[in-house]
Design a protein around this ligand. Structure first.
Ligand SMILES: [Fe+2]
Ligand SMILES: [Fe+2]
Length: 274
């Protein structure tokens, strides 16, 4: 299920201003989503740079084709998130700029100073954790109908993350290989980017705190945003344990048929596909 990687150019446009508490009454989950979105225009270009650096060492045509499509999909993702993030910047949170600068510095430094093996293991660490979080949040059938545009964007992005779930693993395996190195760098990568998401979320919560229970703002329902299952270490644990096993391969991961339905929906919605 879900074997093809399709690069979709999506038509999403965002309103000039958006309430950063877009999940009604849930500041923490809204801000965690936003922090994830802020991370991506720094992280995904780094993944693309790592893949491009690996390209000349890839001799298997199937792996090479996956690598190119992975880079194209990630390119579309971060450009769309960048567009969304502009609307978030208009709603305040001035200290995010410094946090983003620090993150961008980290990723530039990794490209310039770390080995290709490190950068590919980081990429797989990110992809493996993302795949688990996405499966947890979206299976079996996605977020539901009548989604606001931001959640459609997230859903499209997540579908493509599942489509290219095997690529970073295969490129690492093909170009460098080694279980223990992938395990340790991958776990460090997961600590590195989730720590940044936590810091950005905490800052946003400090700047715009969750109202106490009973306050008017926490009445759910008026913004028509679905309640998304939160991804936490506890509920991701079974999937996470699997990705740390020596026998793990994303080729064995089952994806629910409902995700293919979503993939087809977003293919139809796309301005262009390749
Ligand atoms: Fe992505
Ligand atoms: Fe990805």
């Amino acid at each position: 299920m879900l074997d093809a990687i399709t690069v979709r150019h999506m038509p999403f446009e965002f309103p000039d201003e958006i309430d950063p508490v877009f999940i009604d009454g849930d500041h923490k989950q809204s801000f965690a989503f936003i922090a994830g979105s802020l991370l991506l225009p720094h992280l995904e270009p780094y993944l693309i740079r790592s893949m491009k650096a690996a390209e000349k060492y890839v001799t298997d045509p199937e792996v090479l084709d996956g690598l190119k499509k992975f880079a194209s999909q990630e390119g579309q993702h971060y450009q769309m998130h960048k567009k969304f993030n502009e609307t978030i910047r208009r709603s305040g949170f001035p200290e995010l700029e410094a946090l983003e600068k620090e993150l961008s510095g980290d990723y530039k430094r990794f490209t310039n100073t770390k080995s290709l093996r490190f950068n590919l293991a980081y990429a797989e660490g990110f992809e493996a954790l993302t795949m688990n979080a996405v499966k947890h949040m979206m299976e079996p059938n996605g977020f539901g109908d009548d989604l606001p545009v931001f959640m459609q964007m997230v859903e499209w992005h997540f579908v493509e993350e599942l489509e290219h779930r095997t690529v970073a693993f295969d490129v690492y395996d093909h170009v460098c290989g080694g279980y223990f190195y992938r395990l340790f760098v991958g776990m460090w990568a997961q600590w590195h980017f989730t720590r940044w998401i936590r810091r950005a979320t905490q800052y946003m919560l400090k700047a715009n705190p969750q109202p106490k229970k009973g306050a008017k703002e926490i009445a759910r329902g008026s913004k028509a945003v679905p309640v998304v299952k939160a991804a936490s270490v506890g509920n991701l644990m079974p999937g996470l344990l699997r990705i740390y096993l020596p026998s793990y391969t994303p080729h064995d991961v089952e994806i629910s048929p409902g995700i293919q339905v979503l993939a087809d929906k977003y293919t139809k919605m796309a301005l262009k596909t390749s």
